[in-house]
Design a protein around this ligand. Structure first.
Ligand code: PHB
Length: 549
């Protein structure tokens, strides 16, 4: 039996008497909201969680103050900042950071998806995905949980299970035959156990050191996995190559992929021997102190202990230092979190478990950039009382990917999907100004700007100068070049690497006020909205891939 597979102390029975009740209830609310896909009416949530309405209100009030939940009418919605909890686990585990680049290179080389997954009780939890966008290949997201018997890594992890682990697995199979606890499985999933029993496949995986998924999840999907171990031989995670039966049967998949997969796993094991850099001091949300009646301090402090983990194993004192909380507070939070399975204790050292990814991470990692932007665009449109939008570059056009229209009628009829030539729009100019030199020069050489109004700038030299200006200023204001009477102002949205990935704008009537007045009134809230979008995007993409459309 290896330590990694002994499971993460699932809540068995009542919490220990030192457990922090508000933390137990707060985590239950987050978990329920996650299971509901990230959004639920407060009354349904109250019923799901089996708590008093006043308790749920206090929990939600606290989570809203911490920025982890956003109210939306009668609904509570998980906010992107909650991904900080999963990020704390992913960063402290070092697995995606150290091993992800190897998985990415292997995916490029093999031209197939490669993933990394860790054992999570009797499940398989993805911690890194290097997807190849092909039709008919299911790609799970970072944070997704699959039953061990349904994915290639599962047999490798179960090779180290104790009798108690097997017992837990049998209990789950008997009590959840429809896989309700695994929301990412296709809803018509039949267990996909194939011809061989899971037990047989585990025996083979133990003997051979690799494991195959022959369409266990869905028809056509095949995968081969190998373990990645630490210096003591403990299985830390598994690396999988995922393909489709139109390209490989299981024998050809094994022959084609296994040698390179094994070499990569060996390189990953070597990478794991690099000593961890000293972790930064925690983000210390604990400093949030608030005596308002809707703020539950002990819940906020418990969550601060989760985000206070900066390295894999931390002592109570190190956590107290990282969070700035008293040792007694940290100790009780750790007792609570260990009881709930979010923290595992190994002697005097504590580590986060992959179960932390159940706290909103997996469902928030499914969002796209436009979905992340939407609440911020709604805020912006409310501030400026004009339409707010987001667009990306699509060839030489901009394409709208999110939009919050205002009541005020405009003759231009814009919806998500609308395209306009990039040269005549503020978002287009921001996106063009963000291109690298070569792409920008190529665009200017092939673009053939047409006068859409009498104001449209169509000559390449002035257009190039305008793009330089936009780059210097950090915004573009375009006055009636797309349509008479329409003025718009846009700023870029940058990814973690500083690349411009989208633009957001406000469009307004040109005759209502001067361009100078529009700039004064609109630019500050527009920049604020872009900053909020970037902040969320950077949290979301620390370990997960977020599509721009
Ligand atoms: C995946 O990464 O999507 C994956 C990995 C292993 C499987 C199936 C899917 O068995």
């Amino acid at each position: 039996m290896t330590e990694a597979t002994t499971g993460e102390a699932l809540p068995a029975g009542d919490p220990p008497k030192e457990a922090v009740g508000p933390l137990v209830r707060g985590l239950a609310v987050i978990r329920r909201l996650s299971l509901a896909g990230g959004r639920r009416t407060v009354s349904d949530l109250t019923r799901d969680a089996g708590l008093a309405r006043s308790t749920v209100d206090r929990v939600l009030g606290t989570l809203v103050r911490l920025g982890y939940v956003r109210p939306a009418g009668r609904d509570a919605v998980l906010a992107l900042a909650l991904m900080e909890l999963g990020n704390a686990y992913l960063a402290a585990s070092r697995l995606p950071g150290l091993l992800g680049p190897y998985a990415d290179r292997l995916a490029d080389e093999l031209d197939e998806s490669v993933s990394l997954a860790v054992p999570d009780a009797d499940g398989v939890r993805f911690v890194h995905q290097a997807p190849r966008r092909r039709r008919m290949t299911a790609v799970f997201r970072v944070g997704d949980l699959l039953p061990a018997e349904c994915a290639a890594p599962g047999a490798l992890f179960a090779a180290g299970w104790s009798p108690a682990d097997w017992e837990r697995w049998r209990t789950r199979v008997a009590s959840d035959p429809g896989y309700a606890g695994f929301p990412v499985l296709p809803s018509d999933h039949d267990g996909g156990l194939g011809a061989d029993s899971f037990e047989d496949r585990v025996v083979r995986a133990r003997q051979e050191g690799w494991s195959i998924d022959d369409q266990l999840i869905e028809p056509g999907l095949v995968a081969v996995a190998v373990p990645v171990c630490d210096a003591t031989g403990r299985v830390l995670c598994a690396a999988s190559v995922v393909s489709h039966t139109s390209r490989h049967d299981t024998a050809s998949l094994r022959d084609a992929m296994l040698p390179r997969l094994r070499e990569t796993a060996a390189a990953m094991e070597h990478a794991l021997t690099t000593p961890p850099a000293p972790g930064p001091v925690g983000t210390a949300r604990a400093c949030v102190s608030d005596s308002g009646s809707e703020f539950v301090e002990s819940l906020a402090r418990g969550l601060a202990v989760l985000t206070g983990f900066t390295t894999a194993g931390m002592s109570l004192s190190a956590l107290a230092e990282a969070t700035g909380l008293p040792r007694a507070t940290v100790r009780r939070a750790l007792i609570t979190l260990t009881h709930l399975g979010y923290v595992a204790a190994e002697g005097r050292v504590f580590r986060l478990t992959p179960r932390v990814l159940d706290l909103g991470y997996a469902c928030l990692a499914r969002l796209t950039l436009p979905q992340i932007a939407q609440p911020h665009l709604t805020w912006l449109a409310g501030e400026v009382r004009d339409s707010a939008s987001m667009a990306i570059l699509a060839g030489d056009d901009i394409r709208y990917v999110a939009r919050v229209p205002t009541e005020r009628i405009m003759s231009v009829d814009i919806t998500v999907g609308t395209r306009f030539p990039a040269y005549a729009t503020s978002m287009g100019r921001v996106l063009l100004a963000g291109l690298g030199e070569a792409d920008r020069a190529a665009y200017l050489a092939r673009a053939d700007p047409r006068p859409l109004t009498r104001h449209t700038v169509t000559s390449p030299v002035p257009l190039a100068e305008l793009l330089d200006q936009v780059r210097r200023d950090g915004y573009a204001l375009v006055d009636q070049e797309l349509e008479e009477g329409l003025r718009s102002i846009a700023v870029p949205v940058r990814d973690r690497a500083g690349e411009v990935v989208a633009a957001v704008n406000v469009s307004t009537h040109a005759h209502r006020q001067t361009a100078e007045r529009t700039r004064e009134a609109v630019l500050p809230p527009l920049r604020e909205a872009a900053a909020r979008i970037e902040h969320d995007l950077h949290i979301a993409t620390r370990f997960a891939r977020i599509p721009t459309a």
